[in-house]
Design a binder for this molecule. Structure first.
Ligand SMILES: Cc1cc2nc3c(=O)[nH]c(=O)nc-3n(C[C@H](O)[C@H](O)[C@H](O)COP(=O)(O)O)c2cc1C
Length: 196
């Protein structure tokens, strides 16, 4: 199977973060679609074939539990002086604006010679696969990583062990009819490439 470099470049460059507020909460993501996205995620590179990714999917009423938990943990882990009511409200609102949210975690393997960072990076690659797949069909995706994901309370709520990490909440949803697919820009290659 061959894809032209133009096709692949178009897919990669058109992937955009679509904020939950721009998603249609009433239009669900079909289970078959979701399973394909998750399957694609698992085809990411993985050092030592540890396949450290774990996905917990929240849809429908389960989102309420997630939204409530995010708010509860935010209150717990944020020093009183730093608490912001807009952030507190947004944690709840964002979850209900998206029809599907996936808590994406790294489950640390038992092979110590595989560096922890490699395990996290493998999950990041998996999430890129997932986002590119979503983007290919016009499905919005948004990777969110609020600091509370690192809290022991949130981790244990997710069923993670201390050595595991939740690397992000992936919001998925079809863009509202009224919202245009966003554009973005990147710095020129001269800013990041040097030739030896
Ligand atoms: C590891 C990671 C964590 C991210 N966490 C957040 C986040 O917490 N909040 C947020 O607004 N965007 C987050 N993003 C998304 C970036 O804001 C987004 O990718 C960036 O603005 C570029 O836009 P684009 O994805 O449309 O190219 C995260 C992206 C990555 C890779």
């Amino acid at each position: 199977m061959n894809f032209s470099l133009e096709q692949v470049s178009a897919l990669i460059r058109n992937r955009r973060s679509i904020k939950p507020a721009s998603m249609d909460p009433t239009r669900t993501v079909e289970r078959a679609t979701l399973l394909t996205l998750l399957e694609n995620a698992t085809w990411a590179p993985t050092h030592g074939m540890t396949e450290p990714w774990r996905f917990r999917v929240y849809e429908g009423a389960a989102r309420e539990t997630l939204a409530d938990t995010l708010q509860r943990v935010y209150r717990e882990v944020t020093p009183a002086a730093e608490q912001r009511e807009d952030k507190y409200a947004k944690l709840h609102d964002s979850v209900l604006q998206a029809p599907t949210i996936i808590a994406c975690s790294m489950q640390r393997g038992s092979v110590d010679k595989i560096p922890l960072q490699d395990e996290i990076e493998a999950v990041a690659c998996a999430l890129q696969n997932l986002m590119l797949s979503a983007s290919a069909i016009g499905l919005g995706s948004f990777w969110s990583s609020p600091p509370l994901l690192e809290s022991g309370d949130f981790k244990s709520w997710l069923g993670l062990r201390p050595q595991d990490q939740c690397v992000g909440l992936m919001y998925l949803g079809w863009p509202k009819v009224s919202s245009a697919w966003p554009t973005s820009a990147r710095k020129p290659l001269t800013e990041c490439v040097s030739w030896a």
